[in-house]
Design a protein around this ligand. Structure first.
Ligand code: ZN
Length: 349
């Protein structure tokens, strides 16, 4: 069956004023999917935060305790702050700094176990995809590396082959560094060339099993999907993975303020469909996405695809429109909201 994992921790918590992630991302997806009639209770599960032990499959105990202390005291001593990069401009201390990323991680962990047991063969964790996180430090808005926790779980509990695919605008440096040398693992990333963290250059194989496809600024739906069809799918099908983890960051969409890529959500959904269509047990994660309107519509559409709906022609029911109209977007792009950002899921006629 197909499952969406979430929690109310994502309602009303944020990274603090001025941070690009201080926008609603997870709950609008859930509320829109419910409003559209796409998310019966049977397909939805609430998850708690991961425990220290669970996070410890990838992160150091010292780092996890630093996150717990930062949440408890809302401040961290200088030495630990410097070592773990907690309390910086990118990785600020906020009230739910442990519980929020730990909940996203628990969802990815649970999803991995569901794929292994076969209870579910298709799981969506829109709160996941924080692919920059490091074992001992926060990195690029990511406190906990939930894709790494999913991959570790799949790797250690099976003898199967695993593919990690990442279509976020940013290169998954935290994932590549720790998994690209492993025998039963293949990694693919399509990201914007010369954008932070500036890793994942063309021809970079990481530890041997990574395949990187940097696209120049301005790349569009055709560029994205030709890379998948011509470069990734032949290698992926030849490899024959038993599990896929797909990081479906939505920051490559044209109206996202954090990248220069120009995908429409049609091209983005076609990319996601290319991997769903393989019918291999799959965990789909969120990731980047810094325009709450484009991100909510893109990820609601991803869930639609996962349950066999067609987001390419889906209009918003009045309740979905209300969800979108309630979103706050302090960026200048949020000053004049186009009608299509609230009236329908798809970008183009
Ligand atoms: Zn990103």
């Amino acid at each position: 069956m197909t499952l969406l994992l979430g929690s109310d921790i994502f309602r009303g918590s944020g990274y603090g004023p001025g941070h690009p992630l201080n926008i609603p991302r997870v709950w609008p997806v859930i509320d829109i999917c419910r409003a559209q009639g796409w998310l019966p209770n049977i397909n939805f599960e609430v998850v708690p935060p991961a425990t220290v032990e669970e996070l410890g499959c990838f992160h150091t105990k010292a780092y996890i305790y630093a996150l717990l202390d930062a949440e408890r005291y809302q401040v961290l001593d200088k030495k630990r702050s410097k070592r773990h990069k907690i309390g910086t401009h990118s990785n600020p201390i906020y009230p739910e700094i442990y519980r929020r990323p730990a909940t996203a991680a628990k969802a990815s962990l649970k999803a991995a176990h569901y794929l292994i047991s076969g209870v579910h063969n298709s799981v969506f964790n829109p709160s996941g995809g924080t692919h920059h996180g490091l074992p001992d430090a926060a990195n690029g808005f990511c406190f906990v590396n939930d894709p790494a926790i999913a991959l570790t779980t799949l790797y250690k509990n099976t003898n199967n082959k695993i593919a990690y695919i990442d279509i976020d605008a940013h290169h998954p440096d935290g994932v590549q560094a720790h998994f690209s040398h492993l025998q039963r693992m293949i990694l693919f990333s399509i990201h914007e060339e010369d954008r932070w963290p500036r890793t994942g250059k063309k021809g970079d194989k990481g530890g041997g099993n990574a395949h990187n496809y940097p696209l120049p600024r301005g790349s569009n739906d055709t560029d994205l999907n030709e890379t998948i069809t011509n470069d990734i799918l032949p290698l992926l099908t030849d490899y024959g993975p038993d599990f896929i983890v797909l990081q479906a960051g939505a920051d490559g969409l044209e109206e996202d303020p954090q990248s220069g890529l120009c995908y429409s959500n049609h091209g983005y959904w076609s990319a996601v469909s290319a991997f769903l269509d393989l019918k291999i047990p799959i965990l789909v994660l969120g990731g980047g996405g810094y325009n709450p309107f484009t991100t909510a519509r893109a990820w609601a559409g991803v869930w639609g695809l996962m349950i066999g709906k067609n987001p390419h022609n889906t209009e918003c029911v009045p309740e979905s429109r209300s969800v979108l109209e309630s979103l706050h977007f302090p960026h200048r792009l949020g000053r004049n909201i186009p009608e299509r950002w609230v009236s329908r899921l798809y970008d183009r006629n």
